[in-house]
Design a protein around this ligand. Structure first.
Ligand SMILES: [Zn+2]
Ligand SMILES: [Zn+2]
Ligand SMILES: [Zn+2]
Length: 264
């Protein structure tokens, strides 16, 4: 018995340094995904497509992109740092922003039967402008603004300028969910946890249907009570409900409309 144990330890002693040597060689031979140089890499970072890639130590020290884990080189007009890949396809023109918003609206209507008749004004804004609107609450990516202008309702969605296309699409879905709730379930608009949780749930369902893993993971990772907590609460509530009319039923059951006021 002792002999077998001795053989086992001997084999372990020989093989162990060998495997360490082999993995060190594999790491040394790898190419840094940022500087493209063959360097000692052992740090891994998720790129915009959600794929893990190697980074050398030097590049790992650089400031990172706001929308993935890659080192950043440029700044958006909105003031965020972006990596090379994320900077390639960004929404910074109003005409493009309107076009993509229209497309997201169509996708929400066809996949989730989420429709609203509101005419929506679509605008881009800097982070400073968005934070001013949100009273500096937190770093806003988008803002849904329903108001009354000359006795007529007016709906505006403003999104941070320079977002990568897939991030913009997900934020647009979030804001359009607010618009839908404003039309269908206005009594829930002053419940922050349900309002934001539902919008996150819609953006998450939309991103999932587009295979946009970075945005589904972004929502799943949120830890704050209103957005993260609200999202998990609404997702659990929805169960098998897959479309907006079904979501409406679930929400109405959970939060019934108060008896209609008379005399007004
Ligand atoms: Zn590098
Ligand atoms: Zn990036
Ligand atoms: Zn929101």
């Amino acid at each position: 018995m002792l002999k077998y144990i001795a053989v086992f330890f001997l084999a372990f002693a020989v093989l162990c340094p060998l495997s360490v040597r082999l993995s060190a060689q594999a790491e040394a031979a790898a190419k840094c995904a940022h500087c493209q140089k063959e360097k000692f890499v052992s740090v891994r970072a998720k790129n915009g497509a959600g794929k893990e890639v190697p980074l050398c130590y030097e590049c790992a020290m650089l400031p990172r992109c706001a929308y993935c884990e890659m080192p950043s080189e440029a700044e958006t007009a909105g003031g965020d740092r972006l990596c090379r890949e994320c900077a390639k396809d960004c929404i910074k023109e109003k005409s493009e922003a309107e076009k993509v918003m229209k497309d997201v609206r169509q996708v929400l209507a066809s996949k989730f039967k989420m429709t609203s008749k509101h005419r929506i004004i679509c605008e881009l804004g800097t982070r400073r402008e968005l934070n001013l609107e949100a009273d500096g609450e937190h770093n806003e990516l988008g803002w849904f603004d329903p108001k009354t202008v000359r006795d007529k309702p007016q709906y505006t969605i403003r999104i941070l300028t320079g977002l990568p296309r897939d991030v913009y699409r997900s934020v647009a879905a979030h804001e359009l969910a607010h618009d839908w709730m404003d039309a269908e379930l206005p009594h829930l608009m002053d419940k922050p946890e349900i309002r934001e949780g539902f919008a996150e749930f819609v953006a998450w369902s939309f991103s999932k249907s587009e295979g946009n893993t970075r945005m589904t993971e972004y929502t799943e990772r949120r830890t704050d009570d209103v957005y993260g907590g609200g999202f998990r609460k609404v997702r659990d509530m929805m169960g098998d409900a897959k479309t907006a009319p079904e979501w409406k039923k679930v929400l109405l059951k959970e939060f019934p409309l108060k008896g209609k006021k008379t005399g007004k």
